[in-house]
Design a protein around this ligand. Structure first.
Ligand SMILES: *[C@@H]1O[C@H](CO)[C@@H](O)[C@H](O)[C@H]1NC(C)=O
Ligand SMILES: *[C@@H]1O[C@H](CO)[C@@H](O)[C@H](O)[C@H]1NC(C)=O
Ligand SMILES: *[C@@H]1O[C@H](CO)[C@@H](O)[C@H](O)[C@H]1NC(C)=O
Ligand SMILES: *[C@@H]1O[C@H](CO)[C@@H](O)[C@H](O)[C@H]1NC(C)=O
Ligand SMILES: *[C@@H]1O[C@H](CO)[C@@H](O)[C@H](O)[C@H]1NC(C)=O
Ligand SMILES: *[C@@H]1O[C@H](CO)[C@@H](O)[C@H](O)[C@H]1NC(C)=O
Length: 243
């Protein structure tokens, strides 16, 4: 099932890669790819920032994208044996399928559902791509991170970075940008990475208005990453693929 979803992801990237990357603050079409087993904060942290941004920036649209318009759960019980009988996930309503979504900025969250066999993709990304957490693994398998400096969740570093042998993995980073490709570390780091992207595109005053609106204290130093040390990646070269 996930394999099929990622195959369809390849069509999305092939389709939207025909667009021209917009400069500075002319991005209006934001797309979020969801799949069963996405991590909630990977999605809703940046979306809170986008909501704030939309109050001071005209004409922003959000599309929530998946293979079909069936609601997508953040976690599927079938991923776990779930002996505690938890029902702590939520379903999100989709707005677009891969074939119909307009995209200036595509965001791919991480989560337990991001592990899947490799898709074959068009590696031309002419829009902004932002991955959160193990969402980098989806992009890495697609080949779109080849030759790029990228980071991902530190606890899931080894298995995620192994998905992209040509990716220049940077362990000591809360987020990192390489041209139009932005990748962030785990979960909450996605909000800081997205706010840093907002700052780069819309300016620091806008980013401050957005984070103040969220009453969010940003991490401003992209290389201040205690989770690299926590998970044994403090050596900047440890875990980095040869480049
Ligand atoms: C990949 O995207 C580029 C840019 O839109 C396009 O020129 C090319 O034909 C696409 N390749 C495939 C195999 O779809
Ligand atoms: C985005 O929203 C604006 C209104 O705010 C609308 O005019 C425009 O058509 C929308 N773009 C797309 C691609 O839906
Ligand atoms: C979970 O549900 C199953 C089936 O209803 C039940 O047998 C089991 O005792 C439940 N587990 C817990 C920890 O409540
Ligand atoms: C982008 O827009 C922001 C806010 O208007 C401005 O501060 C910044 O200089 C612009 N950057 C470029 C590269 O044009
Ligand atoms: C950013 O954090 C790193 C790692 O803690 C530190 O070495 C560096 O000095 C910090 N940079 C700034 C500008 O504070
Ligand atoms: C390098 O990272 C691995 C886990 O990826 C860890 O087992 C090892 O201890 C780390 N080595 C150093 C020198 O940090």
């Amino acid at each position: 099932m996930f394999y099929q979803e990622l195959i369809v992801l390849s069509f999305l990237i092939a389709l939207v890669s025909g667009g021209t990357r917009k400069s500075n603050n002319t991005c209006t079409e934001y797309g979020y790819i969801l799949y069963p087993g996405f991590a909630a904060l990977d999605v809703f942290g940046p979306l809170e920032a986008l909501a704030e941004l939309s109050m001071i920036t005209p004409d922003l649209n959000l599309t929530i994208i998946a293979e079909t318009l069936d609601p997508v759960p953040s976690v599927k019980a079938s991923f776990w044996t779930n002996p505690e009988n938890a029902t702590v996930w939520e379903y999100v309503v989709l707005t677009h399928t891969f074939e119909t979504a307009p995209v200036d900025v595509l965001i791919i969250p991480g989560g337990i559902g991001s592990r899947a066999p490799p898709p074959t993709l068009n590696t031309t990304i002419d829009f902004y791509l932002i991955t959160v957490c193990t969402g980098a693994g989806i992009a890495a398998r697609a080949g779109v991170l080849d030759g790029k400096h990228a980071t991902t969740n530190k606890r899931a570093w080894d298995q995620t970075i192994a998905l992209g042998p040509k990716v220049k993995g940077v362990p000591q980073a809360r987020w990192i940008s390489d041209g139009n490709i932005w990748t962030t570390s785990g979960v909450a780091a996605g909000t800081d990475g997205f706010l840093a992207w907002i700052e780069a595109i819309y300016g620091s005053a806008t980013a401050k208005t957005v984070s103040d609106g969220m009453e969010y204290e940003r991490h401003l130093n992209s290389t201040d990453d205690p989770f690299a040390a926590l998970y044994g990646l403090a050596d900047a070269n440890n875990g980095t693929n040869p480049s």
